[in-house]
Write a protein that binds this ligand. Structure first.
Ligand code: SAM
Length: 296
């Protein structure tokens, strides 16, 4: 055991998922430091990266590598250590482990082995970017990294065009312009943001439509640092409907009203759809009346 039991309180045996800063060391939590200090081992992706973090906080806990290439071999050993009384903290290079980082299978196996699994939650680029983007944040889908190969990426983008929530995507600066172009082509001019260097000195959030952002990064070239793309949801609000029902969401709403008004009054159909979708009741009413006039 790396720590003397006389000076350090001991953690119970088990797995501790510890979030670390995504740039600014000030974002480490008091509980994260406590767990890193008191753990018997820190499982980390890169011992050099985590070594620097530990050095900044004068923590000398023993590190053990746990990354994509050794995970299958390392996992049983870590489970064994925990079953024999060790507290193992899992960290990634930055941010929250398991979020586009290794760790899920270790959690799965620790749970299956009946071990305690707990966390010191903290920074994650995905949520930090969402909070700064200025798009609806009540429902969102985290997509991690899209495929790198162009064909596979376009297929993935086509698939996500049907998702009705805000979207969060990790992307490397090198592929940013190409990915934004594919997204604009498949998703249309949805509001979006590119968040860069979050929590660091040159933190930047560039907001615009997908097309505007694609044009900017084609022109400016790859930005420095790490980037997250955040995209607002497809329009399902009154503006889609008022704009001649030309968007998929607008015409879907018009079709729904058309179907419902074959058996319900326009007023009842508008009430029902407004309650289910949040779309303005009066706009729905107007769509149905307009469609009825056009039919006559
Ligand atoms: N587990 C990490 C988390 O919780 O944020 C994410 C790890 S993933 C391998 C790395 C990606 O996260 C980067 O390619 C980038 O998209 C995003 N990222 C990490 N730190 C960032 C930062 N400071 N600013 C913007 N994006 C960041």
């Amino acid at each position: 055991m790396p720590h003397s039991e006389t000076t350090q309180p001991q953690l119970d045996p088990g797995l501790y998922i510890v979030a670390t800063p995504i740039g600014n060391l000030g974002d480490i939590s008091a509980r994260a430091l406590e767990m890193l200090q008191q753990a018997n081992f820190i499982a980390c992706e890169d011992t050099r990266t985590t070594g620097k973090l530990l050095k900044s906080f004068a923590i000398s806990t023993k590190m053990t590598p746990y990354h994509d290439h050794n995970a299958a071999r390392a996992r049983p050993n870590l489970i064994d250590l925990m079953q024999n009384g060790a507290a193992v903290a899992l960290v990634s290079d930055a941010g929250t482990p398991l979020i586009s980082d290794p760790g899920y299978k270790l959690v799965r196996d620790a749970v299956a082995a009946g071990l305690t699994v707990t966390t010191a939650p903290g920074p994650s680029a995905a949520l930090a970017a969402l909070t700064l983007a200025g798009v609806p944040s009540d429902r969102f889908t985290f997509l991690g990294f899209l495929p790198v190969k162009v064909g596979a990426r376009r297929a993935a983008v086509a698939e996500i065009s049907s998702i009705g929530t805000s979207l969060i995507i990790y992307e490397s600066p090198r592929r940013l312009a190409a990915t934004l172009t594919d997204l604009a082509a498949a998703l249309g001019e949805r509001p979006a943001a590119v968040a860069r260097e979050l929590t660091k000195l040159y933190e930047e959030v560039r907001r615009g439509s997908l097309g505007e952002l694609a044009a900017h990064y084609h022109e400016a070239g790859p930005p420095k640092g790490e980037t997250v793309i955040v995209i607002g949801p497809p329009a399902t609000d009154s503006s889609a409907i008022k704009n001649g029902m030309e968007t998929p969401a607008g015409s879907a709403m018009a079709q729904l009203m058309d179907t419902l008004t074959q058996t319900l009054s326009v007023r009842d159909a508008a009430d029902l759809v407004a309650a289910a979708t949040g779309v303005n009741r009066r706009d729905l009413y107007q769509i149905a009346i307009k469609a009825r006039r056009e039919d006559q």
